[in-house]
Write a protein that binds this ligand. Structure first.
Ligand SMILES: Cc1ncc(COP(=O)(O)O)c(C=O)c1O
Length: 366
């Protein structure tokens, strides 16, 4: 194997990965890693010395919104109107009938699973390649997560394998739009419909992403979002359930408010529940960030598409394939597979160290 040629490929890969700073303004020229002739991990100059842009982006409108809530003394949604205002606007942007803000993505999922009636002995179909919360929430209902393989090319649940996993106990199909790209919603809905099983979309990473021009989270029976600090829209912690189903929305609202009834029934307890309410501070921050979330999403898309075009030329680096129905990815994560065969068997862990040495942050997986 030609050692230099191999280094060239590797150098090119990491140079291009530099452009993965989804919000980054400057793009590095392909091949600049080879200008120094040596990888940073072997003593050469790193491809990137500038830090990546800070996240979250904080602007004056965020500070104003935060201070207004502070000064109002209405910090709880039961007293203020910020949570309701954010819910209305997030629902409008997604094209959903209802949105319920929650304290986190995990509690959004718990609320939706409870409202869908998932309990002991039930089975919930999930992909194995996801964040732990997707599985934890099922087990917290004393239900059984039933794993259906993830597809190696798209990283998403293999929708063609779902039907085989359905039993008389299957209560919900819970696909995850991992990385912010869509699972195959056509096939998932087809199977769900044939068996009369509700679909709960884990869209915790998929803000404003689309399947056939419909926003993720609004295609199944219900969808859940996370607004945790790393997310494309964030308030440190936070979440939301969206749905077009009036009854489900009502049950979610009650469940997340300790099972209380609405209006005059605020002190009657119509079901079990918990307190998963969002604070007014979280809601105010989310609302102020909506002013720039679309522009940020466009920058992410442009950068990710550029990166994909370049990385596709590097043997051994395989960017996640978008399913044909994907009309927009949120690119919360830029995912690719690494094949050591094209790098003289270099272990993935060493590749990651080399990438890091070049000033490019990366994670091995979820
Ligand atoms: C796929 C997925 N599901 C659920 C969650 C849980 O969201 P949160 O951290 O807001 O509770 C996350 C958050 O990282 C996630 O990525």
């Amino acid at each position: 194997m030609d050692r230099e040629a191999n280094r060239r490929d590797f150098g090119k890969a990491i140079t291009l990965a530099a452009a993965a700073g989804m919000m980054g303004k400057k793009r590095l020229k392909a091949g600049s890693a080879t200008a120094s002739g040596r990888l940073a991990i072997l003593g050469g100059n790193p491809v990137r010395t500038q830090p990546f842009p800070d996240w979250p982006v904080v602007r004056e409108n965020d500070e104003t919104a935060w201070r207004e809530v502070l000064a109002s003394g209405k910090w709880c949604r039961l007293d203020g109107d910020r949570a309701a205002t954010f819910e209305g606007e997030w629902a409008r942007r997604l094209g959903a009938k209802h949105c319920l803000a929650t304290s986190s993505g995990t509690t959004a999922l718990l609320t939706a699973l409870n409202a869908l009636g998932v309990g002991p002995g039930d089975e919930v179909i999930v992909p194995p390649y996801t964040f732990a919360a997707t599985i934890n929430v099922v087990m917290l209902q004393f239900a059984l997560p039933v794993f259906v393989d993830s597809d190696r090319a798209t990283f998403q649940i293999d929708a063609n394998k779902i039907e085989k996993a359905i039993t008389s106990r299957t209560r919900v199909i819970l696909p995850v739009h991992i990385g912010g790209s869509p699972a195959n919603m056509d096939r998932i809905l087809e199977v769900a419909k044939a068996h009369g099983i509700p679909v709960l979309e884990d869209a915790c990473q998929a803000h404003l992403a689309e399947w056939r021009h419909r926003k993720l989270g609004t295609i199944g029976t219900a969808g859940c979002f996370s607004f945790q600090a790393s997310k494309n829209l964030n308030s440190g912690e936070g979440g939301a359930v969206v749905t077009n189903d009036n009854k489900l929305a009502e049950v979610c609202q009650s469940f997340h408010n300790n099972g209380r009834g609405g209006g005059d029934a605020a002190y009657s307890y119509v079901r079990t529940g918990s307190n998963y309410r969002m604070t007014e501070f979280q809601a105010a921050l989310l609302f102020s960030q909506l002013a720039r979330v679309d522009a940020q999403a466009s920058i992410r898309s442009r950068n990710a598409e550029y990166l994909t075009r370049q990385l596709e030329q590097v043997a051994g680096i395989m960017p996640a394939v978008l399913s044909p129905g994907c009309t927009r990815s949120a690119y919360h994560l830029y995912m690719f597979r690494y094949d050591p065969q094209h790098f003289q068997g270099l272990p993935r862990s060493r590749f990651m160290q080399a990438l890091s040495a070049e000033g490019i942050p990366g994670l091995i997986g979820l």
